[in-house]
Design a protein around this ligand. Structure first.
Ligand code: GCU
Length: 422
């Protein structure tokens, strides 16, 4: 009986928490469109020294770096200068899907000792030629993305597990977020890596994960404008891309970086930082991702810095109470991806992530995309479950909650196909 009561109480708490995620009447959190403050976004095309850039050439040679540095200085932090070795080794591979695809486990070693090891799981259709490929982090370990018994279980720190260790019981538990069969059948590869293999998602003062590999002698934490966890995760996605470029079965010029939620924040920063990414996809990334910070709708800069102090650089919290003074906003992150393609997706019940604000950052990057001939996006997002696409940008709001579903993936595959067909 006692257990039943406990279970019931637990269930009620979980339901309360989930409904908060959906409708979120959290104290101090606005989810009322009429209460969004009026604001002015920083001008993405205006040079620091004055004057506006009017050509793609001027954007690339003059303004883009200013915008990149401003995003890095104030939000995500810079990658430290120190060079760290990264080694890859394919440790196993096997056929799947009746021999139509191959799956391989790639061991990635960061640094010279054997303490920072990540595992990239690469699944590719056997088409006889190199395939375009999606690359994205998973939240709980590669083994949770599929029930394939051969996928190794991560030894790294994991969230929400007993002793923060992954076990066999997690196998396949996130499979709905990773529709391998559909992706492979459509002719694409899908590579995934557990983000905690790179940096455990806990504020540990940067003692674990890859940050210490980059410290100068005597340094114990990143400097004010050096990277937090999102910066480190994004950097490691670029290292995965280094591997994929060498993989004969993957077309290294066609790697789409994708992520959901905090990992969508990460995919956006990876896509903005590394011009080798073909397409950048943000699924429900919200505050610090696609959503405009100045709207202060749903999660705010203040809240995110308080709850996740390790995600961003140390300068970001200085804007918690004066977001209108941030030298950047998230439309500038979108602009950094131009002229490469970018897709943003929201969900109707994911108010915490500010669906409208996610659309508006893509829309407010119109000026930079226009330099490359991309048609302007309209002032309002499309109706739920309808996507809007220009030649370089795509957006939809899926009906439902904060998640990445088969429907979302189908839109990404269609968008990728449209890019291939151009
Ligand atoms: C929390 C956080 C969000 C984040 C999300 C996730 O809700 O506030 O910023 O996107 O977790 O990653 O699931």
């Amino acid at each position: 009986m006692l257990i039943r009561v406990n279970t019931l109480v637990g269930l009620i708490l979980v339901v309360c928490f989930m409904s908060q995620r959906v409708t979120a009447q959290r104290p101090g959190i606005n989810q009322d469109e009429s209460k969004v403050p009026s604001f002015k976004l920083p001008e993405v095309l205006k040079l620091n020294g004055g004057g506006f850039v009017e050509t793609a050439e001027a954007w690339e040679s003059k303004r883009r770096l200013e915008v990149f540095n401003a995003m890095a200085d104030n939000v995500y932090g810079h990658v430290p200068k120190r060079k760290v070795s990264v080694n890859f080794k394919v440790v196993s591979s096997w056929d799947i899907f009746e021999g139509t695809a191959i799956r391989k486990v790639v061991k990635i070693v960061f640094g010279d000792d054997q303490t920072n090891i990540a595992t990239l799981l690469v699944t590719v259709p056997k088409t006889g030629s190199p395939v375009p490929c999606f690359l994205g982090y998973n939240f709980h370990g590669n083994h949770t993305t599929t029930d394939d018994p051969k996928v190794p279980i991560t030894k790294s720190w994991v969230r929400k597990q007993k002793d923060n260790r992954a076990t066999e019981s997690g196998r396949g538990t996130s499979a709905s977020r990773w529709p391998y069969r559909e992706i492979v059948d459509a002719g694409y590869g899908l590579a995934t890596i557990y983000y905690g293999d790179v940096d455990p998602d806990v504020h540990d003062e940067f003692k674990n994960g890859i940050h210490p590999l980059f410290f100068e002698s005597g340094q114990t934490k990143p400097k004010e404008t050096e990277w937090g966890s999102i910066g480190a995760w994004a950097w490691a996605l670029s290292r995965c891309l280094d591997y994929l470029i060498e993989d004969q079965q993957v077309d290294g010029s066609k790697v789409a970086v994708i992520g959901h939620s905090r990992l969508g924040k990460t995919s956006l920063w990876a896509g903005a930082s590394d011009p080798r990414f073909w397409i950048t996809i943000s699924n429900n990334s919200g505050c610090g991702g696609a959503a405009l910070s100045r709207r202060q709708f749903g999660e705010t800069v203040k809240v995110i810095n308080r709850v996740f102090p390790h995600w961003f650089c140390d300068r970001f919290p200085s804007f918690s109470d004066r977001v209108e003074s941030l030298p950047v906003d998230q439309h500038m992150l979108m602009a950094l991806i131009a002229p490469r393609a970018v897709y943003v997706a929201s969900a109707t019940k994911d108010l915490w992530a500010d669906p409208r604000g996610e659309y508006l950052s893509l829309q407010n990057a119109n000026g930079v995309f226009a330099l490359y001939g991309d048609p302007a996006l309209g002032a309002d997002p499309p109706a739920a479950d309808k996507s809007v696409k220009t030649s370089l940008r795509g957006y939809h709001t899926r009906t439902g909650k904060h998640d990445i579903t088969l429907y979302d993936w189908q839109q990404y595959v269609k968008f990728a196909k449209a890019q291939l067909d151009k």
